[in-house]
Write a protein that binds this ligand. Structure first.
Ligand code: GDP
Length: 424
């Protein structure tokens, strides 16, 4: 059973890029299973700082085949630009394969997202405006265009004409914008098609065949469990499902193939944009975490809200995803914290919740029950073995592990690939 899944256990930005890159060493294929070019992983290795939005994080290793599976929405222009960016720093992107079933982000998705966000005013979701939500909406409405449509010009034109008729009505009559012309879109997309053609394949068959001969496959999610369309804090969520169940649907493999489910867990918690966040610290401690942890979005540059480790969402993520282990990141950022805290439960409406509350109004009103732990001052950036961590840091990790109920396998103490300590 050689498949593993990497999933974010919080609101994204847990450091999945770094974790996947670290784990990819022992893998043969790394598969991105949902989201689009809104994810923004940052990887620091071999002297490169790479900001990847779409291409799976294993791309730095020459032995890895990178796979974009069905559940990802692809903006072909962005994908090609990202490949060119990799080539420019000497990384070969030619071992990338893309599923023909991926839905494409089209120019009207970008345009419509911009105008609808403006229309929502203060109720705007604060999306990344990359057209990802509208592309997923069209997929569900069954009017999406898929990568495979690029290779049959007549079909592509026909589908585009049908969908543009409605989109142009919306753009012109509802939002007072100019209509989009099909010819320009066709011309651009057929040009992308020429470059994409060699990459497109039946990725589900490729993965099946790889697993049959014992190859190691890592399925990589974007965003995080609390941003899941079904299980997250709706409507402040992403438009796809980061939870591990969807990894299987997207990759097209069965549950018996998976033996490791690795929950990427930041040693504290951050959240971008609006929505409830019980352990948020709006004071100087939260600000300090944001500064030391450089908590700004990779794609948007937006400042992330910061707070303390939340074991309630940790346990929620553990059961939703079937976590077998935790990969704890950014422990170094907690050095020097005074009054280090972890949230063990919530209080809402006079009740205590150790589990994620059953409906969202309770979550909005949830007050964290904190437990204070001993802090440490040592800089952890140069620690290279688990045993060399300060006692208080080890105790912190033990408490996290105990509260979540899942063993910690790796601890990260800095952004570089070498700053990862095996806890085993
Ligand atoms: P992702 O989307 O989950 O991959 O997360 P991001 O890439 O948006 O955010 C993670 C950021 O933290 C990146 O800038 C990483 O280089 C950085 N990072 C990852 N692990 C660590 C760590 O252990 N310590 C520190 N200080 N930074 C880290």
């Amino acid at each position: 059973m050689p498949a593993s899944i990497v999933v974010g256990t919080q609101w994204g930005d847990e450091g999945k890029g770094k974790a996947t890159d670290y784990l990819a060493d022992g893998m043969d294929l790394v598969v991105r299973y949902q989201g689009g070019n809104n994810a923004g992983h940052t990887i620091l290795a071999e002297g490169h700082t790479l900001k990847l939005q779409l291409i799976p994080s294993g791309v730095l290793y020459p032995h890895i085949t990178s796979v974009i599976a069905d559940g990802v929405v692809v903006d072909p222009r962005v994908l090609l630009e990202e490949m060119d960016g990799l080539s420019a720093v000497g990384v070969d992107p030619s071992r990338l394969v893309v599923s023909g079933n991926c839905h494409m982000i089209m120019p009207y998705h970008l345009e419509l997202e911009r105008v609808t966000e403006r229309f929502l005013g203060k109720n705007a979701l604060g999306t990344t405006k990359r057209g990802i939500g509208p592309a997923y909406a069209d997929k569900a409405a069954r009017i999406g265009l898929r990568v495979q449509d690029l290779f049959d010009e007549a079909i592509f034109r026909e589908k585009l004409d049908i969908v543009l008729r409605e989109k142009n009505q919306l753009l012109t009559r509802v939002y007072g914008r100019l209509p989009l012309t099909p010819d320009t879109i066709v011309e651009d997309y057929l040009r992308y098609a020429e470059r994409l053609r060699p990459l497109v394949t039946d990725t589900s068959k490729l993965l099946h065949d790889a697993l049959l001969v014992g190859k190691q496959v890592l399925l990589e999610g974007a965003q995080g469990t609390m941003l899941d369309l079904d299980k997250g804090t709706y409507p402040f969520v992403t438009s796809s499902n980061p939870v591990t169940g969807y990894a299987l649907a997207s990759a097209g493999i069965g549950p018996r193939e998976v033996d490791r489910v690795i929950g990427i867990t930041k040693a504290y918690v951050t959240r971008v944009g609006a929505g409830p966040f019980p352990t948020e610290d709006r004071g100087p401690d939260g600000q300090r975490l944001g500064e030391l942890g450089r908590e700004f979005g990779t794609v948007t540059g937006r400042k992330r809200r910061c707070g303390w480790f939340d074991a309630v969402i940790g346990r929620y993520a553990a059961r939703l995803n079937g976590l077998t282990e935790l990969f704890v990141t950014k422990l170094d950022v907690l050095s020097g914290s005074r009054g280090l805290k972890v949230c063990t439960a919530y209080r809402a409406d006079g009740e205590t919740f150790e589990d994620f509350p059953p409906h969202q109004s309770l979550f909005h009103r949830a007050e964290p029950v904190f437990e204070e732990l001993e802090g440490w001052d040592e800089d952890l950036g140069s620690v290279r073995s688990f045993g060399d961590l300060p006692n208080a840091a080890r105790k912190y990790l033990e408490r996290v592990q105990e509260l979540v109920g899942v063993p910690i396998s790796v601890v990260s103490v800095g952004p570089d690939r070498t700053q990862s300590l095996s806890a085993g």
